[in-house]
Design a protein around this ligand. Structure first.
Ligand code: ATP
Ligand code: MG
Ligand code: MG
Length: 554
C-alpha cells in the first residue's frame, strides 16, 4: 500500500528506539478522567496512544485519572471502555491513579522530610495573588519556612478530617521567581471532603494533577507519555518530580505533546457537554448531535470513518480548529464503500401507474452495494401504487428538471421507465396523486431499458412499504466557534434551534424492518442512515448520519 510519512511523535519514538532508550521498550497510556463521556478529541488521543503502541510492538494501558472524587463516576468508567473497544483498540492493563494514593502520599512525606514541601494555610486567593506574573517574580508565602516536623504533623491532619476544606494545602518548595509559573511553589495536595468512587472515605487529601500524572507514569513504567499541547508548560515540573522520585538512571518516562482537536460548530469541553446533558438541551451523552464517540456511533458513524478523519487531520504542534465538513467527508467516503443501498421515501406523495395491472406484484432485484463486486442483493416489491418524494414531481417544471413532470420519461430505480401523465390536486392546490404510465419492455435487464432518460427516481410500493420516523440532524451550534463567541460563558444562546428535524410520515421498504443500529445504510438519493436505538418493530426510527453531498459548500 501507500507509504505514509511519519508524524513527529513517531519520528521521536523511532529515534528513542534507535538510541536504545528504556531498553527498546515502548509503553504508552491513555489517561482519561472518568468525569464524562469520551468525545472525538479523545479519539484523536486514543489513536495516538494506542497507535504508537501497536506500531512499535509495545503496550498501551488504560489509566483512569481519578484524582478528583467530586466529578467522577463508574458510569463514565464503563462508557470509556466501551468507546475504546468500539474504536478497535485493546489495552494491556487497566490502572487507576487512585491505586497510587499511598505511594504518592509516601513520596510527598519524603519531600517534606527533605525540606522540599510545606503546608500553606493561606486562602486560595492569597496564594494566587502571590504568584506574580510571567514577567514579575512571585512573593514567598509566610509559611514557606515552617519547620519540617510541623509540616509532617499538619500533612497528617489534612487527611484525618480535622482540617476543613480550603484551610490548608501542601505546596512544593521550588522557586517563586522561576520564569516557568508552574515552578512557583505549585500545590501538591488539597483537601476534598467527598467520598471517592473507588477509595471511599479513606482519603481526605488528594493529589493535584501535576503531582499525580508523571509519578503514575513512572510507577507503571510508561516510556512515552503523550498528551496535548496545553501540558507543554507543565513538562519541566513533570520532569522535576520524576527526577526526585527515580531510583534507576536507565528509565524515565518522556512527555510529548501534540495539538488538541477542536471542531467547528460544536464544543469539546466535558464541562459544557455535561451541562447540555444535565439541562436537557440534548437527549443524553449519546444524542446524535453530540461530538461524543457514543453520539457518533448512535448516529451511524463507523469506527473506520473516525480513523479516516484522524488520519486526514494528522498531528502537529499548532492549535487550530478543524472544519467539521472534513469529518463529514470522511464518513461519506467510508459509508459509500460499506453501506447497503435501500429505498426510503421521506416526504411521500402517492404515484399511480395507471396502465399497470391492478393486483400484480413484481419482486424487483436491488443490489445491496454496487461499490462492492461481491455484494448480495435483496428484493423490493413493485406494484401499481407507489410513493415517490414530493420534490420529485412538478406540474410546471423548468427545463432542466429531470424528474416527474407531465410528458417526461423517468426511470424508476430497479424497475421500469415511466412517463408522467398528470396529477390530482385538492381544494388548496396541494398535489394528492401523481399519475404515470409504464413501458412494460423497459424493466431492468430488458433491451428497451437502455433507452436514454435523464432522471432516475427512488420509490416504494404503497402497499408493501412500512411507515417510519426519520430524524435529520444538523449542526448543534449556529456559530463556527462557540467557545470563542460565547458571551459571559453562555454558550447555550449559540445553540442551533434547528439542529433536529423529525419527519414522522416516511415510508421505507420492508427489508429495513430487519436492520440493527450498527447496520450502515444509504437511503438512495438522500443520504446515509442507520436505525436508532429508540426504534421498535412497531415504530421504526432512522437517523441521518450525513447527507449524500455537502449541502453547505456551493
Ligand atoms: P476536557 O477539557 O474536555 O475536560 P480533558 O483533557 O480534561 O478534557 P481527559 O479525560 O483528561 O480530558 O483526557 C484524556 C486524554 O485525552 C488526555 O491525554 C487529553 O490530552 C486528551 N484529550 C482531551 N481532549 C482532547 C482533544 N480535544 N484533542 C486531543 N486530545 C484530547
Ligand atoms: Mg484531563
Ligand atoms: Mg478536564
Amino acid at each position: 500500500g501507500e507509504k505514509k510519512s511519519l508524524n513527529f511523535i513517531e519520528v521521536a519514538v523511532e529515534n528513542d528506539l534507535k538510541e536504545g532508550k528504556n531498553g527498546g521498550r515502548i509503553q504508552t497510556r491513555f489517561p482519561p478522567e472518568p468525569n464524562g463521556y469520551l468525545h472525538i478529541g479523545h479519539a484523536k488521543a486514543i489513536c495516538m496512544d494506542f497507535g504508537i503502541a501497536q506500531k512499535y510492538n509495545g503496550v498501551c494501558n488504560l489509566r483512569f485519572d481519578d484524582t478528583n472524587p467530586v466529578k467522577e463516576d463508574v458510569e463514565y468508567v464503563d462508557a470509556i471502555k466501551e468507546d475504546i473497544e468500539w474504536l478497535g483498540y485493546k489495552w494491556g492493563n487497566i490502572y487507576y491513579a487512585s491505586d497510587y494514593f499511598q505511594q504518592l502520599w509516601d513520596f510527598a512525606v519524603k519531600l517534606i522530610k527533605e525540606g522540599k514541601a510545606y503546608i500553606d494555610e493561606q486562602s486560595a486567593e492569597d496564594i494566587a495573588k502571590q504568584k506574580g506574573t510571567p514577567t514579575q517574580p512571585g512573593i514567598n508565602s509566610p509559611y514557606r519556612d515552617r519547620p519540617i516536623e510541623e509540616n509532617l504533623e499538619l500533612f497528617q491532619k489534612m487527611n484525618t478530617g480535622e482540617v476543613p476544606e480550603g484551610a490548608m494545602v501542601l505546596r512544593a518548595k521550588i522557586d517563586m521567581a522561576n520564569s516557568n509559573m508552574h515552578f512557583r511553589d505549585p500545590i501538591m495536595y488539597r483537601i476534598i471532603n467527598h467520598p471517592h468512587h473507588r477509595t471511599g472515605t479513606t482519603w481526605k487529601a488528594y493529589p493535584m494533577y501535576d503531582f499525580a500524572h508523571g509519578q503514575s507514569d513512572y510507577f507503571e513504567g510508561v516510556t512515552h507519555s503523550i498528551c496535548t499541547l496545553e501540558f507543554e508548560v507543565h513538562r519541566p515540573l513533570y520532569n522535576y518530580y520524576i527526577d526526585l522520585l527515580k531510583k534507576d538512571d536507565n528509565y524515565s518516562p518522556r512527555q510529548m505533546e501534540f495539538n488538541r482537536l477542536n471542531l467547528t460548530y460544536t464544543v469539546m469541553s466535558k464541562r459544557k457537554l455535561l451541562a447540555l446533558v444535565k439541562e436537557g438541551l440534548v437527549t443524553g451523552w449519546d444524542d446524535p448531535r453530540m461530538p461524543t464517540i457514543c453520539g457518533y456511533r448512535r448516529r451511524g458513524y463507523s469506527p473506520e470513518s473516525i480513523h479516516k478523519f484522524i488520519d486526514k487531520i494528522g498531528y502537529t504542534k499548532y492549535d487550530g480548529i478543524i472544519d467539521v465538513s472534513l469529518l463529514e467527508s470522511a464518513v461519506r467516503e467510508d459509508l459509500n464503500a460499506r453501506s447497503t443501498r435501500v429505498s426510503a421515501v421521506i416526504n411521500p406523495v402517492k404515484c399511480i401507474i395507471t396502465n399497470y395491472p391492478e393486483g400484480l406484484v413484481e419482486e424487483m432485484e436491488a443490489i445491496n452495494n454496487p461499490e462492492d463486486p461481491n455484494s448480495a442483493s435483496h428484493t423490493i416489491e413493485f406494484s401499481r401504487e407507489l410513493y415517490i418524494e414530493r420534490e420529485d414531481f412538478m406540474e410546471d417544471a423548468p427545463k432542466k428538471y429531470f424528474r416527474m413532470t407531465p410528458g417526461q420519461e423517468v426511470r424508476l430505480k430497479n424497475a421500469y421507465i415511466v412517463k408522467c401523465t398528470g396529477c390530482k390536486k385538492n381544494a388548496e392546490g396541494e398535489i394528492e396523486e401523481v399519475y404515470c404510465e409504464y413501458d412494460m419492455n423497459t424493466k431492468s435487464g430488458m433491451p428497451d431499458s437502455n433507452r436514454k432518460v435523464k432522471g432516475t427516481l427512488h420509490w416504494v410500493s404503497a402497499a408493501h412499504s412500512i411507515p417510519a420516523e426519520v430524524r435529520l440532524y444538523d449542526r448543534l451550534f449556529k456559530v463556527e466557534n462557540p467557545a470563542l463567541e460565547e458571551k459571559d460563558g453562555n454558550f447555550r444562546d449559540l445553540l442551533n434551534p434547528d439542529s433536529l428535524k423529525v419527519l414522522t410520515n416516511c415510508r421505507v421498504e420492508k427489508f429495513l424492518a430487519e436492520m440493527k443500529p450498527l447496520d450502515y445504510l444509504q437511503f438512495q438519493r438522500i443520504g446515509y442512515f442507520n436505525i436508532d436505538k429508540d426504534s421498535t418493530p412497531n415504530k421504526l426510527i432512522f437517523n441521518r448520519t450525513v447527507s449524500l453531498k455537502d449541502t453547505w459548500s456551493k
